[in-house]
Design a protein around this ligand. Structure first.
Ligand code: PLP
Length: 352
């Protein structure tokens, strides 16, 4: 029984993704993306986004996807607006600033990880007033679903990108959990991106059933050459690109990416239901996709860990042998492979 709820990247890759990698291995192919599998994967991503002109580049990590996309949109003396809890701020070791050549992140207030439109507008206006003394506003980066597990509605995305575009800013979407958001909102990739004013997307695959592949999707193809050069310079142009591409092709084909996200979201909804019924448990943020932040009595965590469960507590060094009733926060993530039985086993382990 897999009781690992620490992250969606603890889960396995989908067998169809593994098969696709093996199929790519049964013949020789030209390197650096000059192969038919890459061509097919790029076409599949363009089709999924209804964007036949989009530039699509595959990389192996979400950090690289975010940093490369932003580096094409922002110059060293400019700034990117993002939420205080954005992955690009908290979890990428400064890679975006490094790839952008030292550009700045400007942090905006958030609720459930979602950027507050009023605070964004105010910080943008303030930044516009500083002349040569301040970093020049150049981009807005949103995360969908957010680092706290919530989703922006399509209207909320359009409102934020509207403020950004009115001020001449480019817009980026960190979609490490893009599929989970599409599944939760029941919308198409186009509706959640270019139709809502997004210019560039980091389209995640790794957390949702791939071995390791993310796509940078830029709807304005004028970035093509720059993105290609930056990817190479960053050491992210794989010479055996077909193994990345094969994963992405299997992921996007036949709606598998959505199917897997639906299954992760359903497991998470089952888990949320169990939490709501549990005395002493509390869900801390709107949980729309496959990510739940909750608070449980310390003793419940201790019982779950003793039963072999694993997931993150906050703060990370919380001891499990203190007062049993004290509420302790945790993050619970379901990946595509989580079964109802596994979810039920976790819930049962808390109750002891
Ligand atoms: C996981 C994640 C990423 C990508 O992380 P890598 O470890 O670099 O693949 C980016 N953004 C968010 C919101 C994530 O959760």
């Amino acid at each position: 029984m897999n009781l690992n709820f620490a992250s969606d990247n603890t889960g396995p890759a989908h067998p169809k993704v593994m098969e696709a990698v093996l199929r790519a291995n049964d013949h020789a192919a030209m390197p650096y993306g000059n192969d038919p599998v890459t061509e097919a994967a790029v076409a599949a991503v363009r089709a999924a986004f209804e964007a036949p002109e989009a530039e699509v580049a595959f990389v192996a990590t979400g950090t690289a996807a975010n940093a490369l996309a932003l580096s094409c949109l922002v110059r060293p003396f400019e700034s990117v607006f993002c939420s205080r809890v954005a992955h690009i701020e908290e979890d990428e070791c400064g890679a975006p600033e490094f790839y952008m050549g030292g550009a700045k992140l400007t942090l905006v207030d958030e609720t459930d990880g979602k950027i507050d439109a009023g605070d964004f507008a105010a910080k943008l206006t303030a930044a516009m007033d500083r002349g040569v003394h301040g970093a020049q506003p150049a981009a807005l980066s949103l995360t969908q679903i957010t680092e706290r597990g919530a989703t922006y509605s399509l209207d909320e995305i359009a409102t934020l990108t509207g403020i950004a575009r009115d001020a001449g800013l480019a817009t980026h979407l960190d979609g490490a959990r893009f599929a989970n958001a599409c599944a939760a909102l029941g919308c198409s990739p186009a509706e959640m991106t270019w139709k809502a004013g997004i210019d560039a997307v980091s389209f995640g695959g790794t957390k949702n059933g791939c071995l390791g592949v993310e796509a940078v999707v830029m709807f304005d193809a004028s970035h093509r050459r720059e993105l290609a050069l930056r990817r190479k310079r960053a050491g992210h142009l794989w010479s055996k690109q077909r193994y990345l591409s094969a994963q992405m092709l299997a992921y996007v084909q036949d709606g598998r990416w959505l199917e897997m996200a639906r299954s992760a979201n359903a497991a998470s909804a089952r888990l949320a239901k169990g939490l709501r019924a549990m005395p002493g448990a509390r869900i801390l943020h709107e949980a729309a996709g496959n990510l739940i932040f909750a608070e449980l009595p310390r003793a419940a965590h201790a019982r779950a860990f003793a039963a072999g469960a694993s997931y993150y507590l906050f703060p990370g060094d919380t001891p499990l042998d203190g007062d049993p009733e004290t509420p302790v926060r945790c993050r619970l993530v379901c990946d595509w492979s989580k079964s109802s039985a596994e979810v039920d086993a976790l819930i049962a382990s808390w109750a002891g």
